[in-house]
Write a protein that binds this ligand. Structure first.
Ligand code: GAL
Length: 744
């Protein structure tokens, strides 16, 4: 047999309570169990933010996920399966997980952001087994990032995928691939021998590209002592022109690794990319180079969370976040402030999005035990993710922490030992910028814009904070939206024009829930280019408009002609070379860009435009020809609720899910940005409704989610209406059978 992996996400039973799992061999008949599919949150939050007028305090929602709960699954194993070694692989559970099989403790894991594997071989048997997982989602001051204040929510649940992996007694337990741009590749294969006897192993490997062989086979024989692990390097060369992994052409190769040991066979396929990636430091410049090409990192920070659910969403949504970041024009993302979903990182590999990944931590460094956990999470992160070509640096300093020399000496050394190919970066506390020690390879700080950084290579890991005053609110007026855009554009203008700063990462891609509420914004940080429902704000066009027009022609007027005030400065964002503005069909001027001149596509600021009610339009030109157009209209009277599902089709696996946006629009489809009506929502029973049955519009829009129910297909009806029932809208979502393989 060779190793085989089965997805184990479906057919779980959930108990929203603690239970004694030791000795439990049957499902607890007396308790209320829900049928669920993983990833699964321990509780759906009642609200997505505080609403003092309605007496809603989001702190209650936060407290509602801090408890212990249990998931159960029966697992039928055939004789062929139990002939191998059996592992349960969890990609993530928040925060402490204990796994039992047939009432016997099999393993535990601490930490909400990294995965773990539990060997269940001698606890499972042929026939029906009971898997039980206890997840403690309460506070854990001894596990990073907790112990101090953490400004984002950790949430609870089995938040990522679970698999059953079956291996032979001698098997390939890990593969770490290193390569260079000349095509030489080293496959470091880790082999475990669990036979209790010495094992003579023949290892071989070759490289393929999209399944076609692209290197010679290399072989090696090894003798492995009983019950031990060895790592063997196998070196080969790509025999054709090397296809480099790059942001524009993210070519991926596969390492095919084979093991033979008597009758035992094993195989592992590991995806990787060939590229050179480095930060340089010199007298006249310090920069980031990918495959010898200088690339300014135009990045954004991403938190992994969704309204009401927290972190437990299916892989499709994780991947969609990466796609959205890329389509917005970014070439880099910072996983703030923890290792993010494997599905997200794999997607970054596939689409050519560079990644800064970091171990969990936020401003707080704890005691010795805490530091041990921190270092352990670094090793888990690096071993899990070191084959992702998208990752260009490891974050081995707690985000915004003060110096802690001994700890960061250890974290840097650990990183180098586990992955000698990548640099490290460390985001120091802003107040310590002037005296902080430089222990990493890349010096990083947030919200600081030095002409000549104290150390290079240098990156700004967070910038732009003006949302604080409300400018990032979904309902911010045009002036607010303009100030918000200015704060991002100003920082970009700085780093794009500075020879010593390798790039910057805006704060943040999405609005998100926080615990501390120091901004007094109902436990939502409105710092996103997209709101908490992934609905775009005007600032998203700032980045979009930096894209190569060959990818997308972008033109956006940051002004809604509401007729409120007359003479206005009007900002237009676009990647054309000239813009002409029209107010109710009359030209209000044609111009070349005049603002944020360091940007690849600077903005157009029209001064003193007589802004009447009606239609404001912009036409973009390149080489004299029209290439883009944007029309903004004064909203009329509200006419309907437009419901837009992000996905019109879901599969019936019980985890697939879509956002449905609600917008209050007039008869032309123009959103009434000022609207804050309460909307009531209904979703047919053949799918799960996630959200608030009555939700207030913010900036004319709101959202809810629809999740499929396991095994139920058909059309889902979604309806929304204003409280008086006068304005309404509907949408349909189709649920179709899920075709992926599953275990009973
Ligand atoms: C930073 C911090 C981020 C976030 C941000 C809010 O100081 O690193 O996690 O809290 O502030 O502006």
């Amino acid at each position: 047999m060779t190793s085989k992996t089965y997805n184990l996400n479906r057919r779980w039973k959930y108990l929203a309570d603690d239970a004694e799992l030791s000795g439990m061999t049957e499902l607890p008949a007396s308790r209320e169990l829900a049928d669920v599919t993983l990833p699964h949150e321990n509780v759906l939050l009642e609200n997505h933010k505080s609403d003092p007028d309605a007496g809603v305090d989001f702190m209650d929602s936060i407290n509602s996920y801090r408890f212990v709960s249990c998931w159960f699954r029966s697992l039928t194993l055939t004789e062929e399966m139990t002939a191998g070694r059996l592992f349960l692989e969890f990609d993530g559970a928040a925060t402490v997980a204990e796994v039992y099989v047939n009432g016997i403790f099999a393993g535990a894991h601490r930490g909400a952001y990294t995965g773990f594997s539990v060997d269940i071989t001698d606890k499972a048997h042929t026939g029906v087994n009971l898997i039980a997982v206890r997840v403690d989602s309460r506070r854990h001051a001894d596990i990073p990032p907790e112990g101090g204040e953490v400004d984002y929510c950790l949430f609870g649940g089995i938040v990522r995928d679970v698999r059953l992996k079956i291996t032979p007694e001698v098997y390939i337990s890990d593969v770490f691939v290193t390569s260079d741009v000349n095509g030489s590749v080293t496959v470091n294969a880790e082999i475990k021998n669990m036979t209790g006897r010495a094992a003579a192993v023949k290892l071989s490997a070759f490289i393929s590209y999209c399944g076609a062989k692209s290197s010679e086979n290399v072989e090696k024989t090894l003798e492995i002592a009983p019950d031990s692990t060895v790592t063997a390097p196998l070196s080969t060369n790509i025999s054709e022109d090397v296809r480099l992994w790059d942001i524009d052409s993210p070519h991926l190769y596969e390492a095919n690794v084979y093991l033979e040991c008597g009758k035992i066979r094993d195989f592992r396929l590991e995806r990787f990319g060939v590229r050179s990636s480095m930060f340089t430091s010199g007298e006249s410049e310090s920069a980031f180079y990918l495959n010898g090409r200088k690339i300014k990192l135009v990045g954004i920070n991403r938190h992994e969370m969704w309204a009401w659910i927290g972190r437990a969403v299916c892989d499709k949504l994780q991947r969609a976040d990466a796609d959205l970041i890329k389509s917005c024009g970014f070439n880099a993302v910072r996983c703030s402030h923890y290792p993010q979903s494997p599905a997200f990182l794999s997607r970054c590999d596939e689409i050519g999005l560079l990644v800064l990944e970091e171990a969990p931590g936020w401003q707080h460094v704890g005691d010795e035990q805490w530091q041990k956990e921190y270092l352990f999470s670094i090793s888990e992160m690096i071993v899990r993710d070191r084959n992702h070509p998208s990752i260009i640096s490891w974050g081995v300093r707690v985000n915004e922490s003060f110096d802690s020399r001994e700890l960061y000496e250890k974290s840097n050394a650990l990183s180098k030992r586990l992955d000698p190919t990548r640099p490290t970066h460390g985001v120091r506390r802003l107040e310590s910028y002037m005296d902080s020690e430089f222990q990493e390879d890349v010096f990083a700080v947030n919200y600081t814009y030095p002409e000549r950084p104290r150390f290079t290579p240098f990156i700004i890991t967070e910038h732009s904070m003006d949302w604080w005053s409300g400018d990032g609110f979904p309902g911010a007026d045009d002036d607010g939206a303009r100030k918000f855009i200015d704060s991002f554009a100003g920082a970009m203008d700085y780093y794009l024009g500075n020879n010593f700063c390798a790039g910057g990462f805006g704060w943040s891609m999405f609005d998100y829930n926080n615990e501390v509420n120091y901004t007094k914004t109902g436990h939502v940080f409105y710092s996103g280019l997209y709101d908490i429902f992934r609905y775009p704000k005007p600032v998203s066009y700032l980045y979009r408009s930096q894209k190569d027009p060959a990818d997308e022609e972008v033109l956006y007027i940051v002004c809604s002609p509401d007729g409120g005030r007359n003479m206005r400065d009007i900002l237009v964002l676009g990647n054309c070379s000239e813009v002409e503005l029209f107010m109710n069909g009359k030209s209000a001027g044609r111009m070349r860009p005049n603002l944020y001149m360091n940007l690849p596509h600077p903005a157009f600021l029209f001064h003193g435009i007589a802004c009447e009610a009606g239609e404001l339009s912009a036409v973009g030109y390149r080489n004299g020809a029209e290439v883009s157009r944007c029309v903004r209209k004064t909203p009329g009277t509200p006419s309907s609720l437009r419901l837009t599902p992000e996905y019109l089709t879901l599969v019936d696996d019980g985890a697939d899910l879509t956002n449905v946006w609600i917008e209050l629009v007039d008869e032309n489809g123009t959103v009434l940005k000022g609207a804050d009506d309460k909307i009531e929502i209904e979703v047919s029973e053949n799918a799960e409704f996630i959200g608030e049955r009555a939700i207030a519009l913010e900036g004319g829009h709101a959202a809810f989610m629809v999740r499929s129910k396991d095994g139920i297909c058909g059309e889902v009806m979604c309806r929304a209406r204003t409280r008086d029932g006068k304005i309404h809208g509907d949408a349909r979502i189709n649920i179709i059978p899920c075709e992926s393989e599953e275990l009973i």
